[in-house]
Design a protein around this ligand. Sequence first.
Ligand code: ADP
Ligand code: MG
Length: 363
Amino acid sequence: MTAQVSQEVIKKLDEGQAKLQGAADCKSLLKKHFTKAVLQANKWKKTKLGGTLLDCVQSGVENLDSGVGVYAPDAEAYTLFADLFNPIIDEYHNGFKPSDKQPDMDLGEKKIGDLVDLDPEGKFIVSTRIRCGRSLAGYPFNPCLTELNYKNMEARMKTILEGISDADLKGTYYPLTGMSKEVQTQLIADHFLFKEGDRFLQAANANRFWPTGRGIFHNEEKSFLVWVNEEDHLRIISMQPGGNVGQVLERLIKGLKLIAEKSPFARHPRLGWLTFCPTNLGTTVRASVHIKLPKISANKEEFEKVCEEMKLQIRGIHGEHSESDAGVYDISNKQRLGLTEYEAVRQMYDGVKKLIELEKAKA
Ligand code: ADP
Ligand code: MG
C-alpha cells in the first residue's frame, strides 16, 4: 500500500493511542474503542478531502476528560473509519448497530398538543430549549473548510435568514467579526450564543480562521436563533422561559421548515442528518430544560443513576463541560440517532416529567 499519510501523522497516531491506553483516569468512548487493531487497520487511510484517523481522534487524545472524544473531518470519515465510529455510535446511541438505519424525519407536528406544559406553576423549570444541527450539502466539516468556504457559507445564510418574513421569527444576523466583547459576553452569559475557545473543538481543528464566518441570527425576543459555523454549519434553536415544550417545538419546526426550503442539507442514508460529532447524528435534536431539583440532586451519584436510566444527560448551567450553578441543571435527551425527532423530544419530556414527580414526592 502506498503511504499516503505522512510519517508525522503516523507517529502522532501511534503515540496518541499509547497515551490513551495508558491514561488510567480517562473514561472516554474513544479510549475504549481505539484499540491497537483499529489503529493498525486505519492509520494509513485518508478520505478524498484529506481527512485522516488523526483528525478523528486528536481532540480525545489531547483532552483526556472527553466523554466521547471523536469528530468526523468530513462525511466520508464515518464510512472510511467505521471501525472506530461504529462501536462508539452503537454505545452512545443506545445500541444503534451498523445494520440499523435512522428513521425518516418526524418532527411530530400533529402531536404537539400532547406536550402539555411540564411545569405550569413555574416551580422547577427555568427555561426550555430545543436545537437541531444541519450541514450544508456540498461542504465538508470544520477541519476541511477553507476561509473562503466560511465566508461564502456565512453570506449565503445571512441572506436566507434575513429573508425570513414570518412575524414571530424574523430577525437579524450578527456576525462575530466586529461584535463588541461586551455584547458577545452578554449573549453567552444569557445562554443565547456559543462560547469562544472551546478546547475540545480547538483540538479537533474546528476553530480555524475564527471569528471569520461565525455568527448568530435571532429574532427580537431571542426565542428563535441560528448559530452559523460553530461546531456544525448550522444550529437551529428555539427557546423560551418556562416549561412549555410544545410551544418551543412548534417554533423550531416552523423555523426549520423555512430554512430548509431555501437550503439543501446533507443527509446520510443510514446515519440521518450529518454532523461533525457522532453524538449528534440522526435527528441532531437536543431538547433540554434548565431545571431546579434541589432534593433529588442532593445525592449526586443517585441523581446521575436515575437520569442515566431514563436516557437523560446532565450538563451544567453554561452547557457542555460546565458545572451546575445554584442547583440548576441542564437535562436533555442523550440519544439522537435511531429514533425520530419527536421521540428524541419525548425522551427529554417523559424523563423530566418523572424527575419532577420524584422531586415532589421527596419529603
Ligand atoms: P448545544 O447542545 O446546543 O451545543 P451546549 O451544551 O453547548 O448546547 O450549550 C449551549 C448554550 O445553550 C449554553 O449557554 C447553555 O446554557 C444553553 N442552554 C442549553 N439548554 C438550555 C435551556 N434549556 N435553557 C436555556 N439555555 C440553555
Ligand atoms: Mg455545544
